[in-house]
Design a protein around this ligand. Sequence first.
Ligand code: PSU
Ligand code: MN
Length: 324
Amino acid sequence: MTSFSDGQFCLKNFSISIQKGPAMNQLNMTIQPEIQLALKSGRPVVALETTVITHGLPVPVNFELANQMEDETRAAGAVPATIAVLNGELKVGLTQNELEFLATAEGIHKAGKRDLGVLCSRNLSAGTTVSATMFIAHHAGIRVFATGGIGGVHRGGSGDISADLPELGQTPVAVVCSGAKAILDLPRTMEWLETAGVPVLGWQTDTFPAFFSVSSNLPVHTRVDNAQEAASILHHHWQMGLKGALVTVPCPDAEAVESNQVEVVLKQAEKEAQKNHITGKAVTPFLLSRLAELTEGQTMKANLALLLQNARTAAQIASALQTL
Ligand code: PSU
Ligand code: MN
């Protein structure tokens, strides 16, 4: 068998597995029937990740948010495909029970792409990060994915670079997000994206959003003002075999937090992380939850608002792509 790197092959293989019933392909993933049908009939589908649910937000806000993301996606005309690893199985589309389990159970892992083999081998469950979600979405035939903020290059000299960045350089999926998380080194993250050949489209903006804050003041690669414009660029990008892309949507004004305010509390949270020897994949969840506490919920409110807006925007872009 050849690899999945060829999109044509992937789609062809996928449609064969549809005819057999529950879609199980080489990735051993299960795609919900509604999503299978939508993909087969050319209806827009938007992938949603689950690390934001398992490690980004507290219970019960996380479960509510997961449902709201799906509702927003549907209301904007696309079928949501929430992706996770459950008991060692790659899942595209979750039932209410599965979502609730993921949102509330103890011991749920955080899956980057490198973790997938371990999780499947040991029958474990995990929320999928941007890197793992892109990988699974692509093999399911999904081209548009909504999240809050991607991982990137961390500040300081730790050398911590999120697996989200190389994934964007190698997997042809558009990630609709509010830039990279504000806890990161945004100029370095932008440089990394340029090196990896990832276009950064500013949705109705000329500057790269800074997650909770509307702008980082860093220029985006190019601005797009509507879904048709974004879809046209993505269409041409993929037609020549190019890979990942970002569509960056600023946090809604009403919920956004001023960047100076974020910086003040971030300094404190970073100090605490160091003192408590928080490293590796625990860093992002720790900082996000400390920021929410230190701002009395302001950053969490911003996070929820931008997530919903990104789901809507992704659905519009997925719809526009289907008309091309
Ligand atoms: N967006 C959010 N909250 C999150 C994330 C995204 O609003 O928690 C997750 C994504 O899954 C992203 C991950 O891939 O944070 C980045 O983690 P790390 O920095 O450890 O790569
Ligand atoms: Mn990391």
